[in-house]
Design a protein around this ligand. Structure first.
Ligand code: NAD
Length: 367
């Protein structure tokens, strides 16, 4: 297979700062593991607007279609708040997601032992937590028609429609089962089949897909119970698959089990390309953090963990992804902390760039 290609879009605010640390890691893999990537860089968000007058140039979109995976930093900032909706930085991100048809959003909630005290839950409930929420991203109630606010008689009525086709459910279910096969072969599907027809269909289609994955242990749970179980005993789960609305809420809930926004990666996957790899974009969950941009305070780990997801899910380099995650775990266990993770005694405060260097040191030690 030819050298895998990556399009890097650092974006705005802390985006370029955290992405610079990812680039160090990518270079390390080339130098030390013979794992080379054909990397190109381009602009997105406010940075693209400043140069092209749009938050994503057509040429950049065309490049995104050609590469094996896109890595994105973050977009937005106060400077762009006054722009027309059509050219706001976020539109660049939405265009990428829409045109690449990235229907499966993967949000891991992983709690490194060293950070278990940052969770709002008790340490023993979250220490060692490692779950993955797969959220359907391109359909459901956020897109269904009819929608709008109409007037009936003498009052207004707000309408949104939950609508899922079989094929929309099937493709995200397949993505979740494939993930479960790469993890611990356990999958829980969440819907509200007790009160919603779309939930009944969701459950039926997941059951149909399950027949092709006999090794995966499948369970079903009503999404409201799922929310309770996530905060009661989150370690009972491995992969969770759910629709757009429930996934929006449940993934944010699960994310906070782990502490800081600076630690949360994500992936959005689409259909397989001709080379068998899924269309994919990897990005930290956090935004451009204008309050700390340019000060060396940003935690690059969310962005670096997003690259680890790319290694695992786009490039089938699961062992190298684990190597990177283990290096991060080691650095955290040694008490190395960016500003967002400070608070305990004995911690060593570091800048964004020093955190990247420490992770490289731990990678070197892993050889
Ligand atoms: P934010 O995620 O940028 O920041 C929220 C808080 O978390 C801030 O106090 C920030 O300093 C802190 N934080 C975030 N990432 C951090 C990191 N890596 N290390 C240390 N601290 C970190 O959210 P916001 O302040 O609501 O939004 C700021 C801008 O980012 C807005 O323009 C918003 O539209 C945009 N945004 C972009 C994305 C994206 O690109 N995917 C997501 C959310 C918000």
């Amino acid at each position: 297979m030819s050298t895998p290609s990556l399009l890097i879009l650092p974006g705005d605010g802390i985006g370029p700062e955290v992405m610079a640390e990812v680039v160090k890691i990518i270079d390390w893999y080339g130098d030390k593991r013979g794992l080379n990537f054909d990397v190109s860089m381009d602009l997105v968000g406010g940075a693209a607007y400043d140069k092209h007058g749009v938050p994503l140039a057509d040429e950049t979109m065309a490049k995104a279609h050609e590469v094996d995976a896109v890595l994105l930093g973050a977009v937005g900032g106060p400077k762009y708040d006054v722009l027309d909706f059509s050219v706001k930085p976020e539109r660049g991100l939405l265009r990428l997601r829409k045109e690449l048809d990235l229907f499966a959003n993967l949000r891991p909630a992983q709690c490194f032992d060293a950070l278990a005290d940052f969770s709002s839950l008790k340490k023993d409930i979250v220490a060692g937590l490692d779950i993955m929420i797969v959220r359907e991203l391109t359909s459901g109630i956020y897109f269904g028609e009819p929608r709008g606010i109409i007037t009936e008689g003498n009052e207004r009525v707000g309408i949104n429609t939950q609508r899922y086709t079989e094929s929309e459910i099937r493709r995200v279910a397949i993505a979740a089962f494939e993930l479960a096969m790469k993890r611990s072969k356990k999958l829980c599907s969440m819907e509200k089949a007790n009160v919603m027809e779309s939930g009944i269909l969701w459950r039926e289609v997941v059951e149909e897909v399950a027949k092709d994955y006999p090794e995966v242990a499948v369970s079903h749970m009503y999404a409201d119970n799922g929310a309770m179980q996530l905060v009661r005993a989150p370690k009972q789960f491995d992969v969770i698959v759910t629709d757009n609305l429930f996934g929006d809420i449940l993934s944010d809930c699960a994310a906070m089990l782990t502490g800081s926004l600076g630690m949360l990666p994500s992936a959005s996957l689409g259909a397989p390309m001709a080379n068998g790899r899924p269309r994919a974009m990897y990005e930290p969950v956090h935004g451009s953090a204008p309050d700390i941009a340019g000060q060396g305070k940003a935690n690059p780990i969310a962005c670096i963990l997003s690259f680890a997801m790319a290694l695992r899910y786009s490039f089938d380099e699961g062992a190298e992804a684990t190597r990177l995650e283990t290096a991060i775990e080691k650095v955290l266990a040694d008490g190395v902390r960016t500003a967002d993770l400070l608070g305990e005694e004995g911690a060593t405060p570091v800048t964004t760039s020093e955190m990247g260097d420490k992770i490289i040191e731990a990678l070197n030690a892993s050889l």
